[in-house]
Ligand binder design. Sequence first.
Ligand SMILES: *Cc1c(COP(=O)(O)O)cnc(C)c1O
Length: 393
Amino acid sequence: MKYEGKFGKYGGIFVPELLIPAIEELEEAFYKFKDDEEFMNELHFYLKEFASRPTGLYYAENLSNELGCKIYLKREDLLHTGAHKINNAIGQGLLAKYMGKTELIAETGAGQHGIATAVIGAKLGLKVKIFMGSKDVERQKLNVFRMELSGAEVIPVDMGSKTLKDSINEAFRYWISNLDTSHYLIGTTMGPHPYPSMVKFFQSVIGKEAREQILEKENKLPDTVIACVGGGSNSIGIFSGFVDDEDVDLIGVEAAGDGIDTNEHGATLTKGTEGILHGSLSIVLQDEDGQINDTSSVSAGLDYPGVGPEHAYLQSSGRAKYVPITDKEALNAFRLLCETEGIIPALESSHAVAYAVKYAKQEENKGKTIIVNLSGRGDKDMFTVAKELGVSI
Ligand SMILES: *Cc1c(COP(=O)(O)O)cnc(C)c1O
């Protein structure tokens, strides 16, 4: 391997020996093609023409007036398939193609990453296999149908909790037996090196654009950048544009579910401890015996018991701060953004909006310029929101 893939003490490579050749091949290809003009031109072509980049940096004037801060929204919700996940799916899909692979493997919980992978597979002419916990297949029928319409094969995983963490194990297993033909397209900044660095590279377009856009609109950098954290990809993407600017505060927002027993929700960095999960050392939610906890949040995309290793590092170094937001706070923010701006955010993104509201209301933050990464749109969440509000649709 060329690099260790460490962020401080976090990250690294903790996989079965059998996977090392695949990881080595992937590392070599990534570092080669990220500096290859033809690859990068093609990447930019698809980001622009297929996904609709650049996304706007939208001044939320009504919300700002209400809160007494300047709030800008980075509109990843306007991308094809409705969220930032497509940035990474395009990048890795194209990389797989340059590597001569014919098949993409992915795992998905709520289905959003499965859809992003399915559509880029269709576009680039690659076969797609999606591993999905059988419980999730049942809960997310509409998304399963969307994937199948794009030609993907959805494989229900009946192991363990029948949800995301078991489908990740299953996807790794399938990859080991099909290394020559397949690429495992991980959807967030987790996994063994080179995944955390590679996913960050493909998502850093968010931060690059946001930085240029805020300089153009405000003639200065923002005071604060806020993003929600599941595995950590939309947040690391936008943070990357500002991490070297010491004066810009970076805040990641995690899901605290019902707020009662937060160890059982997605608030990994707030509540977790050091551990190895899915190929790297990071902070994870686990019990005293090292068993990984089952998590539950209103937003399926934040419902993951681990977090990318670079976030563990940014927290330990103090460069970024991580805070919890409950389901209820997220739902209130969801409604506030709908009502003030006419924008329907994803429930994941609503966590970031909710913290921005809390933050703006604090006396010491009055008048600050804040960028909130609106990672996705809320169409997928209509049934969940209706149920939470006690409305039938
Ligand atoms: C998947 C998802 C997330 C969480 O994933 P990250 O890797 O932490 O970005 C956040 N927002 C939306 C809209 C998602 O679909």
